[in-house]
Write a protein that binds this ligand. Sequence first.
Ligand code: ASP
Length: 342
Amino acid sequence: MKTKILIIYTGGTIGMVLDNKTNTLVPFDFEHLYKQVPEVEKFDLELSVKSFDKPIDSSDMTIDAWQKLAAIIDDNYQLYDGFVILHGTDTMAYTAAALSFMLENLGKPVILTGSQLPIGMIRTDGKENLITAIEIAAAKNHGTPVINEVAIYFEYKLYRGNRTHKYNAEHFDAFKSPNYPILAEAGINIEYNYPCLMPKPSGELKLRLDMDGNIGVLKLFPGITPAVVSSVLHSNGLKALIIETFGSGNVTTQEWFLNEIENAVSQRNLVVLNVTQCNQGAVNQGRYATSKGLLKAGVIGGSDITFEAAVTKLMYLFGNFSNIDEIKTNLSKNLRGEITAA
Ligand code: ASP
């Protein structure tokens, strides 16, 4: 029996072609994939394509769209051996992280890819990205999938989805996974980094559709005013706050600031997560005097989590757990390979 792959087109540059009449980029009908990328017909695979009714620029991504995507994978889980999601690059890392939390016990590959140049353009990076993403989604070892997780394939590299960050708006090489090794590299062969891949889960796939968007972010800078800090901390409906801190998780030691944070945690049960502004490395609360105050205030250290994974992990935890202590415990745990922790 042929290996079956489902390609889901959500939108983004990869699916665009130049409309000669209007001279603008318009989404092409992905049902006619073979016309645009005839190479994929040569695969000895059974490929099916599903497209969002209205393809979106990924900057318009929503929790609703993530739920739709996760539900498509769940509905088709038994029918296909792997999934390829075509997605705009701008929020691809958020979608990959969100899906990693929404698809608990994932035992098949879910590979996101896209491109910097539309597939209808001569110099497009989209064809290679799509063709190799399909090959990775179909890869098996003794009959079982090589990849058991949500990953991003881009410009010859496969990254763990919830470790990835878009760091370049121009280059073909647009993504990085600064705190986790790449999962595979495509050259003449696709070389998998086996020790770093997610093992096959023991349980059945569990769909975790609920995501709570009441998450706030406070990015610190020297000179930030008490009024700004206070307005973020008192936002309507706020359940969790990510503080983007300096270096290994450091903040100002000014009393007004630490009091605001301490009150929010102890009196209003706000969950506060410390994530570094640095692109690489981890938060280590207590290492410097400038982070001891946060530790004392009950702020949780985010370890080496990306901002994208921090946002979606909090959405997932507040969507699926009601007990604050349970949420805090899970926040410090490595749930889907998103942090280096016990
Ligand atoms: N703005 C586009 C998007 O993210 C860019 C891209 O497709 O890469 O949807």
